[in-house]
Design a protein around this ligand. Structure first.
Ligand SMILES: [Zn+2]
Length: 170
């Protein structure tokens, strides 16, 4: 049975100066600054919304934790985060994510990015990763597993929860 998502608001914004969001999910602006095929597939908004929803449930948060924030997907291998230049994702009030993995290359789906990790920071803060859930992620990985991957949709999207995990401290 297909489940409709009535709260999902898609909005294409064109602005004459500067760049607006490519879409809005609930009250979160999303910027697609990547060539990764998954971000340009028609199912992107739906899968992004369900991944955000699963991550919020895992961390015990709700959509208010992400309201008025921006999520940016980018091609660059690493995003700068604080003084660190080698992060796969960053939460500094907004979320920035690379769409590439250093070893496997371009992620095949939004679920495989470190979005689930960064939403954790939006919900609980915990910059030092003291919460035991930073070393788990099994439940949310199971929920998101088995979806189709791109560019060609011929194989499931592999998830790597080990990439989402973070040892306590720093
Ligand atoms: Zn973190």
């Amino acid at each position: 049975m297909r489940v409709a998502i009535p709260a999902l608001l898609l909005l294409t914004v064109s602005t004459s100066c500067g760049r607006g969001p490519d879409l809005v999910v609930h009250q979160t602006a999303v910027v697609v600054d990547t060539t990764a095929p998954f971000a340009h597939h028609p199912d992107f908004a739906r899968r992004l919304e369900s991944t955000m929803s699963a991550a919020l449930a895992y961390w015990g948060g709700d959509w208010k934790a992400l309201a008025h924030r921006t999520i940016t997907f980018q091609d660059e291998q690493f995003v700068t985060c604080g003084g660190m230049g080698t992060a796969l994702g960053c939460f500094d009030g907004d979320i920035r994510l690379t769409t590439r993995d250093p070893s496997i290359g371009t992620f095949r789906c939004v679920e495989a990015t470190v979005l689930v990790h960064e939403i954790g920071h939006a919900v609980i803060g915990d910059r030092d990763h003291r919460d035991p859930r930073w070393m788990d992620f099994d439940r949310v990985a199971q929920e998101l597993a088995g979806r189709i991957g791109y560019p060609d949709g011929s194989a499931p999207c592999e998830l790597y929860p080990s990439v989402w995990r973070h040892l306590p401290g720093g």
